[in-house]
Design a protein around this ligand. Structure first.
Ligand SMILES: Nc1ncnc2c1ncn2[C@@H]1O[C@H](COP(=O)(O)OP(=O)(O)OP(=O)(O)O)[C@@H](O)[C@H]1O
Ligand SMILES: [Mg+2]
Length: 298
């Protein structure tokens, strides 16, 4: 067992940060990785990683550069097949949203599962076209919205990420600065009104004011009620201490190819052992003990 682990049993999402039951706020399993391993040409990046995310949770994956956060996100979203283990996901296209094994689905079924997801990639993954096209394409292909409603949704999403709509909407991907491209990637994701959102470093490279707007947006997107009443789930990779402090997520830390910490934000910031402690010392604002922690409560 790793020295910074909370124990072999790992995090129990049915217990809140206060130690009390949280079953009233968390739903069934939304996504579950079982014994996930990934190697590239014999180079092992992840081994036996198990992780369960319940509906309604905000889960932050943290860890040093190269620890495998993006790879894990790619396994969970089915972009890469795991070398070992499997990923089960809730299929919201089926009655009762049963868990299905991503590997066993054909391409059409996988696409159906992914309809309720949105992914903000670390490198944005905008395609070579205008900002409008990047944000509107999914809505055109997967919703019944009329053209005017799509335009409104795109404009609202661009405004929500603090972009000047008139200036950017017709710009080509290659005309965007790094920070603008990042914001377009976030706008594209929220325009889809997803049930499950994956963000890979959504605030990296942004100025502090824009970052603060995005912190609010990620929070609001998570908690904004949906028409069907289903709670949203958020999984994000971040090194942004202010974002962690804003969201108070469950924190999962990767180290040495595995999960070395899985617990509440309060437990993470109070962590005194191993890699979690080292990581926190490099993030002094988070490592502030219970009194400062209370100060940062959203
Ligand atoms: N497609 C790939 N082919 C070969 N190796 C890869 C590939 N993708 C990732 N890796 C390797 O896997 C390891 C983990 O990479 P990953 O991108 O997941 O790190 P990370 O934790 O997201 O880091 P960062 O914080 O810098 O984004 C690295 O050693 C990387 O070189
Ligand atoms: Mg990464």
């Amino acid at each position: 067992m790793s020295p910074c682990s909370r124990g072999g049993a790992g995090y129990d999402p049915a217990v809140s940060a206060d130690g009390g039951p949280a079953t009233d706020v968390l739903g069934p399993v939304e996504i579950r990785g079982e014994g996930l391993g990934k190697a590239f040409d014999g180079h092992v990046v992840l081994r036996r990683v198990s992780l369960e995310v319940r509906r309604g949770e905000i889960v932050a994956l943290v860890g040093a550069s190269g620890s495998g956060k993006t790879v894990l996100l790619h396994l969970l979203t089915g972009l890469h097949p795991p070398t070992e283990g499997r990923v089960l996901v809730a299929h919201h296209g089926r009655r009762g949203a049963p868990l299905v094994d991503l590997e066993t689905l054909d391409e059409e079924e996988r696409d159906a599962v992914r309809l309720s997801w949105a992914v903000v990639f670390q490198k944005n993954a905008l395609f070579s076209a205008t900002v409008y096209e990047n944000c509107a394409l999914w809505l055109r292909e997967h919703t019944q919205l009329p053209a005017r409603a799509i335009r409104e949704r795109v404009c609202e999403s661009l405004q929500a990420v603090s972009l000047d709509v008139d200036t950017v909407i017709g710009k080509d991907r290659d005309e965007l600065s790094g920070g603008m491209a990042k914001r377009v990637a976030v706008a594209r994701a929220i325009a889809q009104d997803p049930l499950l959102v994956f963000y890979d470093e959504p605030t990296t490279g942004l100025d502090p004011v824009t970052s603060a707007h995005l912190h609010e947006l990620i929070w609001n997107t998570h908690f904004r009620p949906r028409r069907d009443g289903v709670r949203r789930t958020t999984v994000l990779v971040t090194h942004d201490k202010d974002l962690l402090r804003r969201l108070h997520p469950r924190v999962v830390m990767l180290h040495g190819g595995g999960v070395c910490f899985d617990g509440t934000y309060a437990e993470f910031t109070a962590s005194t052992l191993g890699p979690a402690r080292e990581y926190l010392l490099a993030m002094p604002v988070l490592h502030a003990g219970p009194s400062r922690d209370a100060e940062g409560t959203p």
